[in-house]
Design a protein around this ligand. Sequence first.
Ligand code: NAD
Ligand code: ZN
Length: 250
Amino acid sequence: MTDSSRDAIERVAAAIAAARSITALTGAGVSAASGIPTFRGEDGLWKNVRAETLATREAFENDPRLVWEWYEWRRTLIRDAQPNAAHHVLAEWTRTRSASLITQNVDGLHERAGAEGLIRLHGSIWHVRCWDRCPAGGEDWRDDRVPIGTLPPRCPHCGGMVRPAVVWFGEPLDEAVLNSARAAAACDVFLTVGTSSVVYPAAGLIPDAKAAGALVVEINPDATGTSHVADVTLRMKADEALTAIHALTP
Ligand code: NAD
Ligand code: ZN
């Protein structure tokens, strides 16, 4: 750790200790230390296909089986993974500091670490939905089998296709979920952790927090789409940075 990152960690720890409200926004990088590939890293490739071309309605319409095979690969990786120190520190802050936690991740690792009140912007890889949204299958339901069965799986109500209950590129977010995330962005200290901040509207929460007067802290080994908004930048891995901050916040 450099002297400047040590200073930055002390500054963030002091701000967290003094804050009335803390919010963290997480992305795929928070789960990287658990062995789950990010979308934009090289290790995120599956069968040489980019995630951006699989996580869309068009991809599912063209080849639902291919998209489901990709989700089964991801489900297997995630099922065998464990939450890392970043998930544990953030979960503890939700319990002991009433911190708000907003995630773009669909993997369920924040939940497994015991996070309270998690705001899931992009849904859950462990939930499914009727593709046709038939009346009887209107609500998402949990189906965490790996493998899930015949692909694509069938709706028990109408016999049509079932899709993963996640937000794909080009799809709108749930309005109520987005509103609660925007409300949480108005806080004293806002941490953005392990997200490339190029996917909107999630990335818009960072300038929202800044505009509301928050101290914005970015934790990411690389620059992001919103690095220019950050007051404090920690070019570190999420688990290492959050462990170091946590050690200094009594
Ligand atoms: P992304 O793949 O676009 O960006 C990941 C970011 O994490 C990058 O900026 C990278 O520099 C950073 N990073 C890599 N290793 C890190 C580490 N150890 N510590 C901290 N940062 C690290 O991911 P995104 O910004 O979350 O956006 C992509 C979309 O992909 C999201 O909507 C999300 O739903 C989905 N996604 C989810 C998962 C998951 O649930 N685990 C995994 C991949 C993608
Ligand atoms: Zn149905």
